[in-house]
Design a protein around this ligand. Structure first.
Ligand code: M6R
Length: 350
């Protein structure tokens, strides 16, 4: 059951530090086919797709592998040209029909397939050549939270085990040890996230911005907001603002900006100014190092989480912050949190 928690989703969000603690240090076996793969295709739907997107950044930056991202619901209809390589299909339920179809397509084309699933013995687990369990435990809330985090962690661990730079590896692994505690600290500041949510309740739409790996996290935050609170949420790469979305900015559309202290920080800050100059109401989610550079920026609020050891760990902290903002926005609106309207936990039809 959900015990003392008002919703399964709340319980599942609170389980995340423990999952990172347990899974972060657990040895992960990977098949030889993956160790030698020069090209990895990542496939998924919804939140699993966004986790896979994060995995693409990890595989490119850490493991120096060519990583291609594919949306399962589009992929197999396209008659895509497939060359040698390994497919990693990411799915919490292991039952998503689109993802299963994409795996079957890849197998027909001769790819070695890996299923990264949370549910053992699921259809995807049985279909693939190799199964990697994300071990988040059963996820009941329709909105994926802890499964997303566990997927991202698994993809990070794969990338770490494929990487050559041992000093960098050490740094990330040490950072991972500190991460559960840093995630806990977000819960200590949950009242600030509740306040932010209170400001969002009456919005017609909310824009989420991020750069680099914060881009898929922004997309995930927008999906979470849409499915839970029924407020239209849209994520954009912050660098795309002036290519169109800037036209949306006015005093009525809140903008949530992920602005971690990473290589994109300065650029993201200039995007924040672009939005503020158009009377946009900005809410920043950043780490301590980022916040220290943001004094005087004319925004509505800044939510600050502890600075992680390396950029690879920001998504675990920023995604959790966005999950909580979506949760409290939905709560203020009185939405059906564990069972949002029109949605099912596993989507077994195409
Ligand atoms: O079970 P799966 O991971 O394959 O599910 C994929 C999506 O249907 C799922 O992530 C969906 O987008 C969630 N409702 C997101 O919260």
């Amino acid at each position: 059951g959900r015990g003392e928690f008002a919703h399964y989703m709340l319980k599942e969000m609170y389980e995340q530090p423990e999952i990172v603690l347990k899974e972060g240090s657990r040895h992960l076996d990977i098949p030889e086919e993956l160790t030698h793969a020069l090209h990895i295709t990542l496939i998924g739907c919804g939140s699993a797709f966004y986790a896979a997107w994060g995995g693409k950044y990890y595989l490119e930056h850490l493991a120096h592998r060519k990583a291609t991202l594919e949306l399962a619901s589009e992929f197999h209809y396209r008659n895509p040209i497939v060359q040698e390589g390994v497919t990693i299909a990411v799915s919490q339920s292991g039952e998503t029909a689109d993802t299963l179809k994409a795996i079957q397509y890849m197998e027909q084309k001769g790819q070695y397939t890996i299923g990264m699933v949370n549910v053992p013995y699921s259809s995807i687990a049985r279909q693939v050549n190799y199964e990697i369990l994300t071990n988040a435990g059963p996820e009941i809330g329709v909105a994926s939270t802890k499964a997303f985090t566990a997927q991202l962690l698994c993809l990070l661990k794969i990338s770490i085990s494929l990487m050559k730079d041992s000093a960098r590896k050490e740094k990330i692994l040490n950072g991972l040890k500190q991460l559960p505690l840093d995630m806990q600290k977000i819960f200590f500041k949950v009242s600030q996230l509740q306040d932010i949510a209170q400001h969002l309740v009456h919005a017609k739409g909310i824009i989420f911005l991020g750069r680099g790996i914060s881009y898929p996290v922004a997309l995930e935050g927008a999906l979470k907001m849409s499915e839970l609170s029924y407020i239209f949420g849209q994520g954009f790469a912050a660098g795309e603002l002036k290519h169109g979305p800037l036209a949306l900015i006015d005093a009525t559309t809140p903008v949530i900006v992920l602005a971690p202290m990473d290589q994109f920080f300065e650029k993201t800050v200039s995007n924040i100014y672009e939005v503020c100059a158009r009377e946009g109401k900005v809410f920043i989610v950043t780490d301590e190092a980022g916040a220290s550079q943001l004094a005087g920026v004319p925004v509505q609020d800044i939510f600050v989480y502890p600075s992680p050891a390396t950029w690879e760990l920001h998504p675990f902290l920023s995604a959790l912050s966005l999950q909580l903002i979506a949760y409290y926005t939905a709560l203020h609106k009185g939405c059906s949190i564990d069972q949002p309207r029109n949605l099912a936990k596993s989507v077994t039809v195409e």
